[in-house]
Design a protein around this ligand. Structure first.
Ligand code: DAH
Length: 335
């Protein structure tokens, strides 16, 4: 039996060493180690071996099995290395690579960057607030009465705990004044949410930019000058602005701003809301802060807010607001 084992070892190692592809290697594994393979068959011969010789032969058989297993593993690695080398040999590192494409900023991001740069030149800092807001920050502090339509569940996304997705970025005015004494001069770009039926001009989530300037003696002239400068930077120096009296709970007086410019067909377009901060807003902030630094007798301010999506649509002549969120590369690559 010892001789048989030695013969089989020689046979197996030679056969495995000669194998040149994976299927033949698998076949060799079955041939020697398989259920009815050569080594298994030989093991069955143990039955005829004298009892006292069994441990010795058992050990020899085990060694054989181990040697064959290692040889199979080594040969498998050799085959893989050969395949790798072949692949590497056909790789020409001097060929030009495939350029993955650099991409571009989303038109809304481009507009936001321009707007932010423009306001920063006028000394406005960027402020931020949470998208999930309290009713107090979204409505009460902004002098918006309980029966105002914006507070209706039909118009606003409420969470079970009573908080809501902010329906405008005016919330950031309150957040900033709560924590920062005057003077404050901030813009707050960010998402706002309304339960609007989605169509060519409405999304349930859109992007707004809010502005707030509070200090001593801030006047309506400051508001007009600031927004005229901004819209002329954006749409060109020949842009006309019209401040149309309007109502917002948090400003008094309030205006809507229409602009008209050659490039956009000389049509008046309504683009923003603005006004002088209502004393009731300052009072709400004072009460929350527990001091009088925003006493409406000593400070005044202006606020404004506009939708960036609407502006982007006008600037880029986009006819359907949904294009801004569909991520269609054929559309986005044009910017
Ligand atoms: N929050 C208003 C809206 O979402 C926009 C607005 C109007 C903001 C007048 C203001 C403002 O700060 O003074 O429709």
């Amino acid at each position: 039996m010892e001789q048989q084992i030695e013969v089989l070892r020689g046979e197996a190692l030679e056969a495995i060493g000669a194998v040149s592809d994976q299927p033949s290697l698998d076949a060799a594994r079955v041939r020697f180690l398989g259920k009815s393979g050569a080594i298994t068959t030989l093991s069955e011969g143990m039955r005829h071996v004298a009892k006292e010789d069994r441990p010795r032969f058992g050990k020899l058989l085990n060694d054989l099995r181990q040697a064959v297993t290692s040889a199979l593993e080594a040969q498998e690695i050799r085959l893989l290395e050969k395949a790798d080398a072949a692949a590497a040999a056909s790789l020409d590192l001097t060929l030009p690579g495939t350029f993955p494409g650099a991409g571009t900023l989303h038109p809304l991001t481009q507009l936001m960057d321009r707007a932010v740069k423009c306001f920063r030149r006028m000394g406005f800092a960027i402020a931020d607030g949470p998208d999930i807001e309290t009713e107090w920050h979204c409505f009460d502090a902004l002098n918006t009465p309980p029966d105002h339509p914006a507070r209706n569940e039909q118009d606003t996304f409420y969470l079970p705990d009573g908080r809501l997705l902010r329906s405008h970025t005016s919330t950031v005015q309150i957040r900033v004044m709560e924590t920062t004494p005057p003077p404050v001069r901030i813009i707050a770009p960010g998402a706002a949410y309304r339960r609007d039926e989605v169509d060519a001009t409405h999304l349930a989530q859109f992007t707004q930019m809010e502005g707030l300037y509070v200090a001593e003696n801030v006047s309506l002239a400051d508001l007009k000058g600031t927004l005229e400068f901004f819209f002329r930077e954006l749409f060109g120096p020949d842009t006309d602005l019209q401040f149309r009296p309007h109502f917002f709970p948090f400003t008094e007086p309030s205006y809507e701003i229409d602009i008209r410019t050659e490039a956009l067909g000389n049509q008046w377009m309504e683009l923003a809301g603005c006004g002088m901060v209502d004393p009731a807003v300052f009072e709400a902030v004072c009460e929350r802060r527990g001091d009088r630094v925003f006493d409406p007798e000593s400070v005044s301010g202006f606020a404004f807010g506009f939708g960036l999506d609407r502006l982007a649509m006008n600037l880029a002549k986009i006819s359907d607001i949904r294009m801004l969120v569909e991520n269609d590369l054929r559309f986005l690559r044009q910017f």
